[in-house]
Design a protein around this ligand. Structure first.
Ligand SMILES: [Zn+2]
Ligand SMILES: [Zn+2]
Length: 964
């Protein structure tokens, strides 16, 4: 027998109960182990940081990562899911720096790299407990217990192996290049890190005068938005084919592009004296504006550059080789000298004696430089623009020439682009658009950071003879170093010296790897490949499925593909689902300090995780679009799906228990409603399976939500009376079997999305009947559609019938006739030819005696609104029944309680109606109200009494519950 169902169920509480049940029975572990090793579906989990609490973005990606594996498990696959933690890099270092109140990297050196790194190690897993709690509470099944941790020596050793493998393939090199650089973190970044954080910044743009050496009083004009780069100026660049003019203004003459004259018309008021082509300016010398660069070999002259345009500035570009990629390259091509006036921390060096020690990005420094240039400045403007900032410490970035290590993307690009074409991206446009473009334009990947807490580059270099040795395992290093090594973090390796052939000693180069190199190595490092798990690796690589947010296009998706391509010539993932960004309800960025969004756990505690999950899976965020998170949206899902499902289930259990129904699992489709809903569910199985196979999660949600509405508001409502029939009625049993089968299979389809409520229903509907069945719905198999049960034509007709009912009801409303008042006939004009049993449904819904059909092109109805005395009487009977039902409720009777009715009235109409309709064949007051007897007397032996007005006629009513 089924357990009683609480119609007022508290769902968050129910979920807690299910969580306990899963924990106790190790349901997740079983769901993996029960499936054969020979049929695996492999999944890679991208590692988050545990340095902050999880937010909606994590929950969204986490739900996708849960839904797909749950589905595949039910399809019979073994889906191992192991969590990972990202533990290295600037995010951790910045937190520790803040804790210790360090302002610059110098503080770390003074404090000691060893102590600093140990602090990092301690703080990386600060919120691990909270993460575990939230991940579990939202119903995500993943093995956090055995999570891979990127700071483990085994993980790091595999990263070394990756590095060494690339090194051996000549895919890694060291070079001096201009890179995006954070002066506070004192490290170069990769190009894609630049895009992670833009902020508005006010800057100063100045037009500077450079005096020609052989023409005193004549000046080149160059425009710059970064006055601090001027002490590094070594050249000016012009466009060979650009037309320049020499214009006299006051005592002086100025040279600038002809096209830019208009912009300077207020500053340069004189007449044009001469037009010159750019190529004729090349080679001209000018006087340096600052005295800091002491011994020029080749500097302070005009060169040509093909990047020079007349779109902004003066058409003449000031060249500081240390601070711009174009500057650096064009200077190198023209053999111009190199001068670096800024140190690692973004301060001017001693050589720049006027500003030595000043920070170059400080607004004040730029003000001071402009002021000191005095009459060398023609024009000053302030302007505000979106400027790249460090994604961790939010300091404005600069471009600076430094030594760094790179992966040769140019060598890998072609193959990576080919590999990308084989990846199934959902949605499609991310892979074909944004990602593809990024691959095409990607520069070589800067993988070294001048920081401390990360995987050190396994590179030892001899200072004397420059010999370089790269290690691909701890064992190799131990053999060369002649000692045991148990930790390979930077501070543990600084003392590890290796004997060089030349007799000198080789030392660690000292940089650490980009954290995306760590996470991109995850397919290998998470299982300590190739040192262990070779077989497992063969089996699981490449992953069948991964999922992350769209921001990882430039992060994890990219580093995975590049490293996989470099190592094995293929992409490490076959299918990838990309989710969008979760914003506040009005489209703002979610901000903890602004407190502009509801706490995820509060939402879960209010509506349950099932509703939150279903809401997110039905949102634009599963198609990589933005989701403006709305609590109202969760509430809607809760009411539309969770409550409707629960009410349908509760309805079933209530009646099935009364009738002691035992499912025989035999469907009978004699009744058109059964045939229809069974067909509908089979189609739903087909459709969801098809979409899940294509990972089109965004298309899945709509259909089950429509289905449950039809089940509740059409099938169950239309079938309600069938459940009141006598105990062994075949039609009633068919209705039970149908609803039972529908509920179970519908729950299976919903199980990956809303895992709690579906398992609860499974426990009662399946396990209570047969304890030998699977202990959880998540251990059961995904349903298969039965083609023989599909009746698409019937579904179409039913849709038409529903529309006809709607039209009929609105005809009634227009004429002001209540549905309880029976009418004689309705005529339907329709292109389809529904059978009589469907027309009976209409007759019943619209409350007419007859439904007539007319062949027509379009659906239309006409209603006979004439009310005969006989119809009027029946209307009165139905209104009386309605009021008796109300009275039953008020009396607190249960739906199944049988009653006795007593009445007293002076109304002749009522007396006649009651006697006529007491037990009439097609409408019986007794049957409708579960009354055993109706007595015209004012009894005192009653449980409830009431004075009523029925269509204006007064009546006294008494009800008595019959004890069983
Ligand atoms: Zn920074
Ligand atoms: Zn040497």
């Amino acid at each position: 027998m089924f357990k009683k169902v609480d119609p007022k169920q508290n769902f968050p509480k129910l979920e807690e109960k299910i969580l306990k049940f899963w924990r106790k029975n190790k349901t997740f572990e079983k769901s993996v182990k029960n499936r054969p090793k020979s049929k695996t579906f492999s999944f890679y989990d991208g590692p988050p940081y545990a340095t902050g609490m999880p937010h909606y973005g994590h929950l969204l990606a986490g739900t996708i990562k849960d839904v797909v594996p749950r589905y595949k498990t039910m399809q019979g696959y073994r889906v191992e899911r192991v969590w990972g933690w990202d533990t290295h890099g600037l995010p951790i270092e910045n937190i520790v720096e803040q804790d210790l109140n360090f302002k610059t990297k110098l503080h770390i050196r003074e404090y000691g790299i060893d102590k600093f790194n140990e602090k990092c190690r301690e703080s990386v897993l600060t919120y691990i407990k909270e993460w575990r709690k939230i991940v579990e509470r939202t119903g995500r099944w993943v093995d956090i217990e055995n999570a891979y941790i990127t700071m483990d020596i085994k993980y790091m050793e595999s990263v070394w192996w990756v590095f060494k493998s690339l090194w051996d393939k000549d895919l890694i090199y060291k070079s001096h290049k201009v890179l995006p650089y954070c002066p506070r973190c004192a490290t170069g970044l990769s190009n894609f890190e630049v895009g992670l954080e833009y902020q508005d910044k006010t800057d100063k743009a100045i037009t500077v005068k450079f005096e020609l050496e052989d023409e005193p009083g004549t000046y080149f004009l160059a425009w710059t938005t970064t006055p601090w780069t001027l002490p590094g100026n070594l050249a000016l660049a012009v466009g060979k084919d650009i037309k320049y003019v020499k214009i006299k203004s006051g005592k002086n003459k100025y040279i600038l592009a002809k096209d830019r004259l208009e912009i300077y018309k207020e500053d340069l008021t004189g007449k044009t004296e001469e037009e010159i082509l750019g190529k004729d300016l090349v080679g001209k010398k000018y006087k340096p504006i600052f005295p800091y660069y002491k011994n020029p070999k080749k500097a302070f002259e005009v060169i040509s550059g093909n990047f020079v345009s007349t779109e902004d500035g003066t058409g003449i570009v000031h060249i500081a080789p240390a601070f711009g990629e174009d500057d650096y390259n064009v200077a190198k091509e023209n053999n111009i000298d190199f001068f670096m006036p800024v140190d690692d921390l973004g301060h001017f060096t001693l050589e720049v004696f006027d500003y030595s020690g000043k920070g170059v990005i400080e607004f004040e420094t730029n003000e001071q430089i402009t002021k000191d240039l005095k009459d060398k400045v023609l024009k000053t403007e302030y302007y505000s623009h979106a400027y790249p900032h460090c994604w961790r410490c939010k300091t404005p970035l600069i471009y600076k020439a430094i030594d760094s290590w790179f992966v040769r993307i140019d060598k890998l690009k072609k193959q990576a682009i080919e590999n990308n074409k084989k990846i199934h991206w959902v949605p499609d446009f991310v892979g074909k658009g944004r990602f593809q473009k990024m691959l095409e334009s990607a520069p070589d990947w800067n993988i070294s950071r001048n920081r401390f807490w990360g995987v050190p580059l396994p590179v030892w270099v001899c200072k004397k003879c420059n010999k370089t040795q790269v290690f691909g395992s701890v064992k190799e290093l131990e053999e060369s170093a002649g000692k045991k090594i148990s930790d390979i973090h930077l501070h543990k390796l600084l003392d590890v010296k290796i004997k060089c052939q030349c007799g000198s000693l080789m030392e660690l180069t000292g940089e650490v790897l980009d954290v995306w190199f760590d996470s991109g190595s995850m397919p290998y490092a998470s299982i300590h490949y190739p040192f262990e798990n070779k077989e497992k690796f063969q089996r699981d690589f490449p992953a069948d499925f991964i999922a992350e947010g769209i921001d990882q296009t430039r992060g994890w998706f990219y580093s995975l593909l590049i490293l996989g391509t470099a190592l094995f010539g293929k992409s490490p993932y076959k299918n990838v689902v990309v989710n969008g960004i979760v914003l506040t309800e009005d489209g703002q960025k979610m901000s903890k300090s602004l407190n502009n969004y509801p706490d995820p756990m509060e939402v879960v505690e209010k509506y349950g995780a099932d509703s939150l999950r279903f809401y997110m899976m039905g949102s634009p965020a599963v198609k990589a679009e933005d989701l403006c998170f709305s609590e109202k949206g969760v509430d809607e899902v809760f009411k539309k799906i969770v409550l409707t499902l629960w009410n349908s289930y509760s309805f079933f259990v209530t009646y099935a228990s009364l009738d002691n129904f035992k499912p025989k699992n035999k469907l009978n489709t004699d009744n058109v409603l059964d045939k229809w809903i069974i067909s509908k569910l089979n189609n739903l199985i087909k459709s969801i399976t098809d979409k899940m196979e294509r990972y089109e999660l965004s298309l899945v949600i709509r259909e089950p939500s429509d289905f449950i509405e039809e089940l509740s508001n059409w099938y169950i409502r239309r079938s309600r009376k069938r459940f009141w029939k006598s105990e062994n009625d075949t039609d009633k049993l068919a209705a039970y079997e149908t609803l039972y089968w529908v509920l179970i299979n519908y729950c299976k389809l919903l199980a990956p999305f809303s895992p709690f409520i579906t398992d609860e229903i499974w426990q009662n509907l399946v396990r209570e009947i047969d304890p030998k069945r699977e202990k959880s719905i998540h251990l059961s198999d995904w349903p298969k559609a039965d083609e023989k049960m599909l009746h698409n034509e019937l579904e179409e007709k039913m849709t038409m019938i529903k529309s006809a009912v709607e039209l009929g009801l609105s005809e009634r409303a227009k004429n002001g006739i209540k549905v309880r008042q029976p009418l004689s006939k309705l005529t339907i004009e329709t292109p389809l030819e529904p059978r009589q049993n469907l027309l009976d449904v209409v007759a019943d819904e619209i409350n007419v005696k007859k439904v007539l059909l007319k062949k027509g092109k379009k659906l239309a109805v006409s209603l006979d609104t004439k009310i005969t005395p006989e119809l009027k009487k029946e209307g009165l009977a139905r209104e009386l029944v309605r009021q008796i039902q109300e009275a039953r409720k008020k009396a607190g009777f249960n739906v199944e309680d049988r009653i006795k009715i007593y009445f007293e009235t002076k109304s002749k109409a009522l007396k006649e109606t009651i006697s006529e309709f007491q037990e009439k064949q097609d409408y019986s007051i007794k049957r409708e109200t579960l009354a055993r007897e109706i007595n015209e007397e004012k009894s005192r032996d009653i449980d409830y009494e009431s004075k009523l007005k029925v269509n204006g006629e007064e009546i006294w009513l008494g009800l008595k519950k019959i004890k069983k």
